[in-house]
Design a protein around this ligand. Structure first.
Ligand code: HEM
Length: 628
């Protein structure tokens, strides 16, 4: 996640100084980060009606969506977003452009013929209301192309939707770019953690952290993913027996929180079954990060406000609790490491009782302050939690809309997993499962936009830019570009053949960026891919998922990751057809008539063995696992 996990959008997006006069003098702040409830939008991905249970709502959703898009497109065409030129030359330019005179002609007239000008659009608060910010950016992209400048009031942003420019910023000249506004908004929660950090701090911390996610560690995590998903299965079993609908988005959020707590610092949040103070504290801080990103005025910066606002007091208390808990966990782990007899640290070091990243870092002798360690852990907690939860949410939404894909997926899972827990060997066999996740990440990239700021003058394609430019790389636009993808809005895992390479930014030449690219690519890509494969495969082999009758329509709300607006309410039923278990011979009569599985489910977790074959997975931070 980020930088992945957290994606702020400037607050000026939705306002002009005219509308918020108090803003002009205040620090520029950010909007869009986890903006639950602030921007709402019917999903633009209108899929073929799925389960046949809600055809009317699908049609209505589609009609509403089409209407909104048509309205926006006509406003763009009317020039509402086009920056007005001042003065006679500007007016002449505007009039003659409408008659078809090319822009370069005016650059010649104004004496600036060295470089072409970046196409400019300007925004208005009304254009963005009622929809996630990346949707109007998409419409503007279709009009203005792969690089344009968007001006809101006194502030402007470069919007990048061109793969080669994205590649230039993220990989080829990455040292000329920082995290910019992202770092400012995340400071209160992540400090100088890996996502917001820049420069030397980032270099040092990245070098320390990447080795902790080595292959043996990620392989060991597979049993953790399995156990956590099994707890979710138990919960769904009860709901299925009781005939109760479930809200899957929050369940996925709990699942991934439980996983990341154990994986990072060996802490069991157990949020799937308990609602303890610490779980509440984590969510309080997460939501605060979202809300700060959409707040017009950074009230939290006003010293007295922290003390009088009940909300800010709650945030301060939550942060204190999390920090104390992390400090305690660091202290416990330090003691464990000190007591470890004959500790022999090596590349693939892992403590069997505590395989966490924290343990690895301390055992490696990582020379770092407790504050920095805490910042890094907090960063990864957020990065690894919200993103995976969002991927699972949208994957199940998409699956509920495409019974064909679900059937094919269940078929693969049945034949490869049977009723046992997934192992590392299964990760490369569950190819269609991986493709389903790849495709879900294409349609719903998490996060939908990457943030950068130029710290040097640079050239973006043929356009020069100055240092200090705030840039949004719209992964949403890259992934939805009609020129790059056949049947762009179709959920079609088959677009990537099973015998081909797993899609990543390199083999798709930056038109597909599920985990970013370049030196700041996600450090958790392999971890996350396996986590998603395990969760999806274990859930679909045991249950069928349908949108619940009367569920609210699934709409998107923007943030660092894309949330649903009102949750993903589903009806979960136990599959009645027993899985095909290759190692056991089911009675044919049972299979034929689709009797329920009577065996206790699932089998005991086998202890992990890591085969030589695992070596084929890519190196951390370079090639995604699944990308081999
Ligand atoms: C499906 C799940 C995930 C997705 C889609 C995802 C996506 C991303 C993306 C797109 C970036 C690049 C952001 C940028 O360039 O601005 C990123 C960075 C990052 N991710 Fe993930 N991520 C996921 C899971 C994880 C997990 C599980 C962890 C930790 C275990 C993690 C830790 C990080 C960190 C620390 C960075 C910052 C790296 C740096 O700046 O050097 N992510 N992620």
């Amino acid at each position: 996640m980020e930088s992945s996990a957290l994606l702020p959008i400037p607050n000026t997006y939705l306002m002009t100084p005219h509308e918020y006069p108090g803003l002009s003098g205040c620090r520029f702040s950010i909007r869009g980060l986890y903006s639950t409830g602030h921007f709402r939008h019917s999903t633009t991905i209108t899929r073929s009606s799925s389960n046949g249970r809600e055809p009317n709502s699908d049609v209505a959703e589609k009609a509403l969506e089409e209407k909104k898009r048509a309205e926006l497109a006509s406003r763009i065409a009317s020039g509402e977003f086009t920056v007005q030129q001042s003065g006679i030359l500007g007016q002449m330019r505007s009039a003659l452009t409408k008659l078809g005179v090319p822009g370069e002609f005016f650059d010649l007239l104004s004496g600036d013929d060295t470089y072409p000008k970046i196409p400019q659009a300007k925004g208005a608060i009304s254009a963005l209301r009622g929809q996630p910010f990346f949707i109007p950016l998409y419409e503007l992209f279709l009009t203005y192309g792969g690089l344009f400048r968007l001006t809101f009031g006194p502030k402007s942003f470069l919007i990048v939707s061109d793969p080669s420019i994205a590649k230039h910023i993220l990989r080829e000249n990455s040292k000329a770019y920082s995290k910019g506004i992202l770092a400012e908004i995340l400071e209160f929660v992540m400090g100088k953690g890996l996502i917001p950090a820049d420069g030397e701090i980032w270099r040092v911390r990245r070098r320390a952290i990447v080795p902790a996610l080595h292959q043996k560690y990620v392989a060991a995590m597979i049993s953790l993913f399995g156990k956590a998903t099994d707890r979710l299965c138990t919960k769904l079993d009860t709901a299925a027996s009781d005939g109760e609908d479930v809200e899957m988005e929050s369940l996925f959020s709990h699942l991934t929180l439980d996983i990341i707590g154990k994986a990072l610092f060996n802490y069991d949040f157990d949020s799937l079954t308990n609602d303890t103070g610490i779980v509440e504290a984590v969510y309080t801080v997460l939501r605060e990060a979202e809300d700060r990103s959409v707040s017009p005025i950074p009230v939290w910066d006003i010293p007295i406000w922290k003390d009088i606002s009940p909300r800010q007091k709650k945030v301060t208390t939550a942060l204190k609790l999390i920090n104390t808990t992390l400090d305690d966990l660091i202290a416990i782990c330090k003691r464990m490491v000190e007591e470890e007899e004959e500790l022999q640290f090596h590349e693939e070091y892992m403590n069997e009782q505590d395989p966490s990243i924290l343990h690895f870092l301390l055992a490696s002798g990582d020379d770092v302050s407790s504050k920095q360690l805490r910042d890094d852990l907090m960063t990864m907690l957020i990065a690894g939690h919200e993103t995976s939860a969002a991927v699972l949410t949208w994957t199940f939404y998409l699956l509920s809309k495409e019974p064909r894909v679900m059937a094919k997926l269940q078929n693969e899972v049945d034949s490869i997993l049977g009723d046992r827990f997934p192992t590392i060997e299964d990760m490369k066999k569950l190819k269609y499962t991986m493709r389903v996740i790849n495709e879900s990440l294409r349609l719903y990239p998490q996060p939908p936009v990457l943030i950068r700021r130029s710290i040097e003058n640079d050239m973006l394609g043929k356009y020069p830019i100055k240092r200090g430019e705030d840039i949004f790389i719209s992964v949403w636009n890259l992934h939805h570009c009609p020129e790059n993808w056949v049947d762009v809005e179709k959920f079609n895992p088959e677009r990537w053949p099973l015998d081909g390479p797993n899609p990543n930014e390199t083999n798709q030449n930056f038109s597909y960026l599920p985990f970013g690219g370049g030196p700041r690519k996600c450090v958790g890509d392999m971890f996350a891919s396996f986590e998603n494969i395990v969760a999806v495969s274990m859930l679909v082999r045991r249950f069928n998922f349908q949108m619940a009758l009367g569920a609210p329509p699934v709409e998107m709300t923007t943030g660092a990751t894309i949330h649903t607006t009102e949750g993903l309410k589903m009806t979960v039923t136990r599959r009645t057809k027993p899985p095909i278990i290759p190692t056991l011979q089911p009675k044919m009569s049972d299979v034929d008539i689709g009797l329920p599985v009577k065996k206790p489910f699932p089998a005991v977790v086998s202890s992990l063995s890591i085969s030589q074959g695992d070596k084929q997975y890519g190196q951390q931070g370079q090639v995604s696992p699944a990308h081999s």
